[in-house]
Design a protein around this ligand. Structure first.
Ligand code: NAP
Length: 284
């Protein structure tokens, strides 16, 4: 049973454009109810060109914090007054918290979500065991590359359709990252311990990436950040080849947990199965 909204209700939320499809309200409100916290988590869809005004309006303390998603992750970082090291490394923020003095702190929990999902669904996987391939060079890919290097990956191969973007990410994250063109993905897959799709290809049934997953070692873990559908064509192909797989929903839930703690000052409860609720919402 959800506690009633009172004069002390803690408010947090997520901002994106579009946002109606977001599973974050479902996840956070289920945790709030399970923990018996007098709080609420709502979705906001600010105008794409008025995000800064929207954030300024919250500096008065109306909400505890916000998760930030497409297309606001980069601008969220740029307008923050305090930036965590992991948000700086990812060059994007997915979590803003509002300080009592009106300052905004930016953080990024996508790396925690990525590593948590790998640990949960591919328990034998060790980031430091060998080179890892990341497909994509957008905000999600950069965060993933930074988190994997921080976790000890000896090399991350950034494979992208637009090579210049992969080169820019490799240059920004420093030693250990190399850029590869998408049409040479087969070469870049040689000897990897994992392949992570951080492109938006495959989203909502769009055509997936045409890459030769059979060029990966048989033990390579294959992960897709896309979770709609839960089993993308990319993951279906990996399963057909017998590769262990990790899905994007697990990452979404695991990046949400540290945000919950930042907003409501409590650890996300384990006595509610938010994955089952999210799967139901996804129609699985
Ligand atoms: P983004 O900044 O827009 O980057 C999109 C990337 O996808 C670019 O590298 C782009 O390549 C590539 N791309 C798009 N369509 C492609 C296609 N048809 N063929 C080849 N490459 C294609 O997006 P983002 O913020 O990084 O997010 C990427 C995905 O990760 C999204 O689907 C997002 O929902 C997901 N995500 C999931 C989680 C989670 O918790 N599960 C967290 C963060 C993000 P070019 O550079 O060549 O355009």
């Amino acid at each position: 049973m959800k506690p009633p909204i009172t004069g002390k209700t803690l408010v947090a939320g997520v901002a994106g454009q579009p946002i109606a499809h977001s599973l974050s309200p479902l996840i956070h409100n289920a945790w709030l109810a399970a923990a018996g916290i007098d709080g609420v988590y709502v979705a906001f869809a600010p105008d794409a060109d008025r995000f800064e005004v929207f954030i300024d309006g919250l500096r008065g303390g109306a909400v505890r914090g916000l998760n930030v998603t497409i297309p606001f992750k980069e601008v969220a970082l740029s307008i923050a007054d305090i930036v965590s090291e992991r948000a700086q490394k990812a060059a994007a923020a997915n979590l803003l918290t509002f300080e009592p003095d009106g300052r905004v702190t930016a953080d990024n929990t996508d790396g925690v979500g990525l590593l948590g999902a790998l640990a949960a669904q591919a328990p034998g996987f060790e980031p430091s065991a060998g080179p890892i391939a990341v497909l994509g060079a957008g905000g999600a890919a950069r965060g993933a590359v930074a988190a994997l290097l921080s976790a000890g990956a000896p090399q991350v191969r950034i494979i992208n359709r637009t090579l210049a973007k992969a080169e820019a990410v490799a240059g920004a994250v420093g030693d250990g990252a190399v850029a590869c063109p998408l049409n040479a993905a087969g070469d870049a897959f040689a000897g990897v311990t994992a392949v992570i799709n951080a492109t938006s290809a495959g989203l909502s049934g769009q055509a997936g990436l045409d890459v030769p997953l059979e060029a990966t070692p048989e033990t390579a873990v294959v992960m897709d950040m896309v979770y709609k559908p839960l089993e993308t064509a990319f993951l279906a192909e990996a399963k057909r080849l017998g590769r262990p797989t990790v899905d994007g929903l697990e990452m979404l839930i695991r990046q949400a947990a540290p945000s919950f703690e930042a907003f409501y000052g409590a650890v996300a409860p384990t006595n509610v199965d938010v994955r089952a609720l999210a799967l139901e919402a996804l129609g699985q």
